[in-house]
Design a binder for this molecule. Sequence first.
Ligand code: TMP
Length: 217
Amino acid sequence: MNSNHPSALFITFEGLDFSGKSTQVALFTERLSRAGSQHLDIRDPGGTAIGERIRSILLDRAVLNMSEVTELFLFSASRAQLVNEIIKPNLDRGTIVVCDRFYDSTTAYQGLGRGLPLDAIATINRSAAGGLVPDVTFFIDIPVSEVERRMIQHKTGADRMEMSGRAFYERVRQGYLQLASEAPRFEVLDGLMGIQDIHERVWKRFESVMSLQQSRS
Ligand code: TMP
């Protein structure tokens, strides 16, 4: 239980880079606004003054020598600040908090992708999240070939994480699929479907999670 407030929900979006997850976050939060729901959307890493500074170090192509453990702790440090400064107080006020990535990214990218030990990552994730667990997680799944195609189209140049290569992304994708198969809070969405179709599925699951939550309180 993340909050005692009946309208509080903690919703996360996950996916490989270029999966279209940020587009879905935007569509979802626009619809929440139209529905008059009190909500907040944030991104991890980032979302606070401290977190945005950590984010710029993490994505900086000039620091390619960053050790994998440093990377793990920087993502986790940004998240700990986000949880304490923003997520927990908003959930306690009954806000629907929508987060673009959360600790499943750490399990998939630093655990399965970089190969850091999963038991240590689980402990660090729990600690950084202060015990919060998302109520629902939308994983937008695209094949790695599609990541590569969209990356070329995008033209802005890859950030430090996006320079990790095809084999890395394959491991991250498999990691996500494994996580999703183990936890019922996940909704796996085919990222090759139309943007509106994906959005409708997101909304449908949101409505069922919300009504379940309200029937419990
Ligand atoms: P974004 O561009 O989707 O906000 O994500 C930033 C990058 O950081 C993206 O490549 C995924 C990566 N990442 C991790 O490797 N571990 C994490 O814990 C998080 C939150 C993101």
